[in-house]
Design a protein around this ligand. Structure first.
Ligand SMILES: C[N+](C)(C)CCCC[C@H](N)C(=O)O
Ligand SMILES: O=C(O)CCC(=O)C(=O)O
Length: 406
């Protein structure tokens, strides 16, 4: 049945629909539609449609929560006769289900929910290397523009807020006003240096010394990785102690282009990280993550998280009596080595010298941080912030074309 509708251009128009069979004769609806003159079709299982019914019986609009618990979806998702499906003037599809319930689906709403937007994620992030990020984006705390802050963090994975009171209290206040803290055993808010005191407690980690530390993400040994890393250098070192940043998504994309098999290996091999404190190791703090991939991707292939910390890797207990496991270990090391080289390449690094008054926010799922060795006393403060809560708060601020993809 062909339906002609006159609509203003730019709107979606349903051209045709029919029953379609996937597993049984009539378990899906094939919808042919047109957007700006471009024809497409989509086969929508009836069970999907029933699951997305937004009638007040199935959906609680004030909370945007479904009412159904999915225990009887299939028995309710039956449509046997063609006259149980109707198309309205305004491109809504009505379905009268076997149990007498009626659902309405407007085509734009249906397509908006059915088709993944993940293909567009890449256009929102601006991946960078040394040449492409001339300067870490900065904004002032004096007229703190949350939209600008959020957009920079989403785009570049890093942003600096200037004109902050150069105290731990001032920093903590600023952070907590932006996003809820992501607490860990290091505490909600930390003050640390290379010379431990009661106010600047040290943990058994290189961060509390003055050696250089290579690029890494923090908290790889947690299943809930800290989302946003915040640093404020309250007292810079006499020399050294610079921060070096690397966009690991850029490195991962480069790996994917140049060595696709190695990229796949890092996506498909799961490894574990640990943080062990005490004597014997792990007797006072024993944080061990489940096995997770170094590069995590979504169902469209977009990179969603990099967990990279060569230092904090747990024993790689991947071997067995089966030789193919040993071969897989070699493949992993080859891939990890290539990725690590990219993460350590000067071509991909951006150096910044943190100063009192400037607080840096780093997306710990994406941007690696490292520190050069230093001489003299150096005092830092900071915290982890919840990335989920950042996005929950930021999406309404972000321009629509960014918000729907992150
Ligand atoms: C940030 N803070 C100073 C509290 C802890 C630093 C921990 C660094 C650690 N190797 C890791 O990767 O997590
Ligand atoms: O001291 C620094 O600048 C950063 C140390 C570090 O890498 C960390 O805390 O994760």
């Amino acid at each position: 049945m062909v339906i002609q509708r006159r609509l203003a251009s730019g709107f979606t128009r349903v051209l045709n629909w029919n029953f379609s069979s996937l597993r049984s004769k009539t378990d899906a609806l094939k919808i042919e539609y047109e957007i700006e003159g471009k024809k497409s079709e989509l086969t929508v299982p009836f069970v999907w449609l029933r699951d997305h019914c937004t009638s007040s019986k199935c959906f609680h609009a004030p909370t945007n929560q479904r009412k159904a618990n999915c225990t009887d979806l299939f028995s309710r998702s039956k449509v046997e006769r063609k006259d149980q499906v109707k198309l309205s003037e305004n491109n809504s599809i009505f379905i009268d289900w076997i149990d007498g319930h009626r659902s309405e689906f407007h085509i734009d709403e249906l397509l908006g929910k059915a088709i993944s937007k993940n293909q567009c994620v890449k256009s929102v992030r601006k991946l960078w290397n040394h040449a492409e990020l001339e300067k870490v984006p900065e904004i002032s705390s004096k007229s703190l523009d949350l939209k600008k802050f959020s957009e920079n963090l989403v785009k570049y994975g890093v942003v600096v807020i200037n004109d902050v009171k150069p105290t731990a209290e001032g920093t903590e206040q600023l952070c907590k006003s932006l996003v809820p803290v992501h607490d860990t055993f290091f505490g909600q808010f930390w003050v640390f240096s290379n010379s431990a005191t009661e106010d600047e407690p040290a943990y058994e980690d290189t961060a509390y010394g003055n050696d250089g530390i290579g690029p890494h993400t923090d908290g790889t040994y947690f299943n809930q990785t800290p989302g946003i890393q915040v640093f404020h250098c309250l007292q810079p070192a006499k020399s050294g102690g610079d921060t070096v940043l690397v966009d690991s998504f850029h490195c991962a994309e480069k790996l994917k282009n140049e060595h696709p098999a190695d990229f796949e290996t890092l996506v498909n091999t799961k490894i574990s990280h640990h943080y062990l404190e005490g004597s014997p190791p792990g007797s006072s703090i024993c944080s061990v993550s489940l096995e997770k991939p170094v590069i995590e991707i979504d169902s469209s292939g977009n990179i969603t998280q990099v967990r990279f910390n060569p230092y904090d890797r747990a024993p790689f207990n991947c071997l067995s009596s089966n030789k193919s496991d040993s071969l897989k270990a070699i493949q992993f090391y080859e891939a990890y080595d290539k990725f690590s080289r990219l993460c350590h390449s000067a071509e991909n690094a951006v150096k910044i010298s943190l100063q009192p008054g400037s607080v840096i926010f780093i997306d710990n799922f994406r941007v690696l941080h490292s520190r050069t060795a230093f001489q003299g006393y150096r005092k830092m403060c900071g915290c982890y912030l919840s990335r989920d809560n950042f996005y929950a708060k930021a999406r309404p601020f972000l321009s629509k074309n960014i918000a729907q993809f992150v």
